[in-house]
Ligand binder design. Structure first.
Ligand code: RAM
Length: 333
């Protein structure tokens, strides 16, 4: 039995080395690839940056991560312009706005710089590939289903979002609103959409405002890692703890204590490190002329394996995970 295990791991190791060698052959060395998240200095994007930088290092490229400290619609424009001036081979960005960045991204592409969006997209003409963390439909419907379960299918609830212009949150909210028209959710009422701007203090204050303005509130969905952590911190010391069900998209490390103290029962997310890693590989595949971003293109993303480009240049990382008391300690990001 022991022998077999050793043999198996030796085989796995050989297979791993073989695919690593393949990667070296397929991708250009020395590519300059820049990660440009929505905002810097929040754990979620530090993790996506690190995933991207890990991939770039594996590929023998030159990676860097830059970005604004706020999520305003045009806060990334000057960064894009600088990256163009630096003649990066590719820009990998999570967009703060669907349209505001398109003119500068078009300028980048006209100069041969490849553009990959991840997490939050721009209009299709502003990039070659979009790495979606999961199917938007699955994320949005999953959030409503989870909250409905927590609220017993009944009552008023609010959404505490990121910035009002965030492409990803707005896509999810629209799908949530459509989903609420289903008979299964007829007793659930969305009373307010608030915006914490992916700012901890603003999100905290918005959560406080929601609980004060809607005394019958039974639930809150915060589909942002910053928002859900700040909302949980507020709720954890409020008399409403246990009465208002809070869920959303959070990182296990930021949410662990709120799961353990009973403020939050369950929430969801994907692996942000893998998201950044996959996005950087897609950028390298474009910059190495392995793919153009058209439907059906395939590329190998190191440890994550093979991915196929779908409609409108979209690549999907995989389904999100639901975290609760039973599994949260298995995750460290
Ligand atoms: C925040 C950002 C990001 C979003 C996650 C869930 O970190 O708004 O865009 O995908 O939350």
């Amino acid at each position: 039995m022991k022998k077999r295990t050793v043999l198996l791991s030796a085989l796995t190791l050989t297979a791993g080395l073989a695919s690593a060698a393949l990667v070296q052959n397929t991708y250009k060395k020395g590519l300059k690839i820049a990660m440009l998240p929505k905002i810097i200095n929040i754990p979620y994007f530090t993790t996506t940056d690190n995933g991207g930088l890990e991939a770039i290092k594996e590929l023998g490229g030159i990676g860097k991560a830059v970005g604004p400290s706020d999520g305003g619609a045009s806060s990334q424009v000057s960064y894009i312009n600088t990256l163009i001036a630096q003649r990066q081979d590719a820009i990998v960005l999570a967009a703060n706005d669907a349209n505001a960045l398109v003119p500068s991204l078009k300028r980048a592409m006209a100069q041969g710089i490849k553009v990959v969006t991840f997490d939050s997209d721009v209009a299709v003409e502003g990039r070659q590939i979009f790495i979606n963390q999961a199917k938007s439909d699955g994320i949005a419907k999953g959030q409503i289903e989870l909250l409905s379960k927590l609220m017993g299918g009944k009552g008023e609830f609010a959404i505490l979002s990121a910035t009002p212009n965030a492409t990803n949150q707005n896509t999810w909210i629209k799908i949530m609103q459509d989903e609420l028209k289903k008979p299964a959710y007829k007793d659930m009422k969305l009373v307010k959409i608030a915006y914490g701007n992916d700012d901890d203090q603003k999100s905290f204050t918005e959560m406080q405002g929601l609980l004060q303005a809607y005394p019958n509130l039974k639930g809150v969905i915060s589909p942002t890692t910053v928002g859900v952590a700040a909302a949980a911190r507020y709720l954890s010391t409020s008399p409403k703890k246990g009465q208002v069900m809070l869920t959303g998209l959070g990182t296990p490390n930021q949410m662990r204590s709120f799961i353990k103290d009973g403020t939050v029962t369950a929430f969801q997310l994907w692996n942000p490190g893998d998201l950044g890693y996959l996005a950087a590989y897609a950028a390298a595949a474009l910059a190495s002329n392995q793919v153009t971003g058209k439907e059906g293109d395939t590329f190998t993303a190191g440890k994550l394996g093979k991915y196929t480009v779908g409609k409108n240049g979209e690549v999907v990382l995989g389904p999100p995970t639901t975290f609760d008391k039973a599994n949260i300690d298995k995750f460290n990001f």
